[in-house]
Ligand binder design. Structure first.
Ligand code: AKG
Length: 281
């Protein structure tokens, strides 16, 4: 998976801030798409996943949550350099993975109710991004097969939508292999799938490092599995101390539970700096 030049990241960031979303076209190759789709189908079949059980999740939609626990093929998804680079620019480097799930819209899936992803948080709007969703298209996203529908610019409004409101939306069409990032405050919904084919997607949702994650990845992913992740993925899953202060275990970095060397707390780091300063004088 390739990295993007810094100018490209700045351009994407500006578009994200203006419209509330940005599409990174053709980010991954057809081979990578095929590999992820194959892994998804295999997880679905092996575990007997069926349609979701609520109208929000979709009665004709297969959602597989906690994907990192199911197959190594998904480990590279939250780490994709262009997507993670842009997410870090928008949320800062101490961001977390909030959830990683699949969204397979079956034929006959009706449009999802309009919503925004941080609608439950009663914080004033508009606000800087708290969380953002990277929607990976593993099929072409078309108007007909249920491409995500958006209200461009709605992240700047001072209120959330009435849940399920009927307002004008645009379909975020994109080619398979593209990734759309959108602000959690953007009004959006999954479209209706009126075709005979499934619409395959992954939702890789990131949040600010101080925020509660949507999925409890520290308890949901077996520790032996998390211990095999690359360190950056472990950090994204919450094995770290935000700003050296939040999330420690008896003054230790939780990443030590995975056999890694921990980072110092803010209090230790401050003392080290003070000692260094005294030694320099
Ligand atoms: O499937 C989609 O395109 C959007 C899904 C979505 O917005 C959600 O589940 O929160």
């Amino acid at each position: 998976m390739t990295t993007s030049p810094p100018g490209q990241l700045t351009d994407w960031k500006q578009r994200f801030e203006r419209d509330g979303y940005v599409v990174l076209e053709d980010l991954i190759t057809p081979d990578q798409v095929a590999m992820l789709k194959e892994a998804l189908l295999s997880v679905e079949e092996r575990n007997g996943f069926g349609y979701a059980k609520t109208s929000f999740e979709g009665f004709k939609t297969v959602r597989i949550n906690n994907l990192l626990a199911y197959d190594e093929a998904f480990w590279s998804v939250p780490l994709q350099p262009s997507v993670l680079g842009l997410a870090e620019l928008l949320l800062d480097r101490e961001l977390l993975l909030s959830s990683l799930c699949s969204l397979t819209l079956g034929p006959g899936q009706t449009a999802q109710p309009l919503h925004e992803d941080t609608q439950q948080l009663t914080l004033p709007r508009p606000r800087p991004p708290l969380a953002l969703n990277a929607m990976w298209a593993l099929s072409d996203f078309t108007e007909a097969n249920g491409a995500t529908r958006l209200v461009p610019g709605s992240h700047k409004l001072d209120h959330s939508p009435a849940y399920g409101a009927q307002v004008e939306t645009v379909a975020a069409t994109m080619r398979s292999g593209s990734v759309m990032l959108f602000d959690s405050a953007l009004w959006h919904m999954g479209g209706a799938n009126t075709t005979d084919e499934r619409r395959y997607a992954l939702s890789c949702y990131y949040c600010a490092g101080w925020m509660r994650q949507q999925e409890n990845l520290q308890l949901g992913i077996p520790r032996q599995t998390a211990a095999k992740f690359p360190r950056r993925l472990q950090e994204l899953c919450g094995y770290g101390i935000y700003k050296g202060q939040y999330g420690h275990i008896e003054n230790h970095d939780p990443i030590e539970l995975l056999g890694q060397e921990g980072r110092p707390t803010v209090w230790e780091a401050t003392d080290r700096k003070l000692q260094q300063r005294a030694a320099d004088n």
